[in-house]
Write a new protein. Structure first.
Length: 363
């Protein structure tokens, strides 16, 4: 009985979507300027029927849906906190493909929790019935400029989804071990396709800024407070290793294994090389043979995207008002799952944390 009811509901939703959005009658040659066609050099192109069915499926089954019109304006937003099948935020748009106009075509997917964009997903009903949906094959993607223009809508959608899906938890923060016992927010993991370049960049940038203003600044303050107490700005070779404070700083650097762009910020905030604290810090790096961490794929991607979007950093960050955190160690282990995606953690909003715990948390 449960299975029949489930099938009926799915059929009813699909039928409504068909009547509301299905438009595959006329041939057309027009292409929206906010879309770019994807390349299928090394694989077979999907059929018109496949592209059309992918769009209808995600319109009916995705966790959160954003629908664009032919000009790229947002005309519909659907939030399904309970009745969704696929745990995705999906953006749908009209598209012209092989001479046919398709009103609902997948142009961007973002997966939540363990869901991976464009990949197969499945759910079990309360009656134990398994429902599985096949992979999607997008034939177009949003331009960088279009993603920039709707970045605030994407950020607001992230905030709504994460706040709703974490509201049942007993705690939205955890106490970080250490002398300060600093509390950190607990969020949800998302997977963002790397070709959504402005979105990937702003997530990298916000994570970088939060780290620089967080634990990196704490380390800088520690270095400054310890080294300023030393009598001279320069020690003879091998002499600085005798100081307990130098070994303490070196131990932190070894454990942290900072990549180059983090060390560059530390150096710049310690002042010019002629300044006492900066000079002593450089001697510690040399004498203890502190080697900077080689840049991994994410570091190189961040560097590449910075060349494209750094001049718009303030604008993009202003539109994306949520807290994020990357986890490089986790990402390095994910060689298959979520390949081609940036995996990161989206934190609950300060309002959600205040409501749950009564006080605002520093992220």
């Amino acid at each position: 009985m449960a299975r029949l009811f489930y099938i009926f509901i799915k059929y009813k939703i699909a039928k409504e979507a068909l009547f509301a959005h299905l438009n595959l009658q006329e041939r057309s040659t027009e292409m929206s300027d906010f879309l770019v066609m994807r390349s299928f050099d090394n694989q077979r192109e999907p059929t018109v029927v496949k592209v059309r069915s992918d769009g209808i499926r995600m319109y009916c089954e995705a966790r959160y849906v954003i629908v664009l019109d032919e000009e790229g304006n947002v005309v519909e937003r659907i939030n399904r906190p309970i009745t969704y099948t696929g745990n995705y935020l999906v953006i749908l748009s009209p598209i012209v493909y092989k001479g046919w106009k398709i009103n609902l075509s997948v142009v961007l997917e973002i997966g939540f929790s363990r869901s991976v964009p464009y990949q197969q997903f499945e759910q079990r009903t309360c009656g134990g019935v398994r429902y599985r949906s096949v992979t999607r094959t997008p034939i177009a993607q949003l331009t960088d400029e279009k993603i920039c223009s709707i970045l605030s809508i994407i950020g607001d959608s992230f905030k709504m989804i994460v706040d709703e899906d974490t509201s049942h938890r007993k705690n939205l923060v955890w106490s970080k071990y250490g002398k300060d016992r600093k509390e950190m927010p607990i969020g949800m993991f998302v997977a963002i396709p790397l070709d959504a370049r402005p979105l990937v960049y702003v997530c990298f940038e916000k994570d970088f800024i939060s780290r620089i203003n967080g634990h990196i600044q704490l380390f800088i303050d520690l270095v400054r407070s310890r080294l300023v107490k030393l009598k001279y700005a320069y020690c003879p070779k091998g002499e600085i290793k005798r100081f307990k404070v130098a070994k303490e700083i070196a131990d932190i650097l070894f454990a942290a294994n900072y990549p180059a762009h983090f060390l560059e910020v530390i150096r710049s905030r310690l002042g010019k090389e002629t300044r006492k604290v900066r000079s002593l810090f450089e001697q510690i790096v040399d004498e203890f043979a502190i080697k900077q961490k080689p840049k991994n794929d994410l570091d190189l991607l961040f560097e590449e995207l910075g060349k494209i979007f750094s001049n718009r950093s303030e604008e993009l960050i202003g539109k994306f008002k949520i807290s994020v955190q990357t986890h490089p160690k986790r990402d390095e282990r994910r060689l298959i799952h979520a390949r081609g995606c940036l995996r990161l953690e989206i934190h609950p909003s300060e309002e959600a944390i205040q409501k749950k715990h009564g006080v605002a948390q520093v992220t």
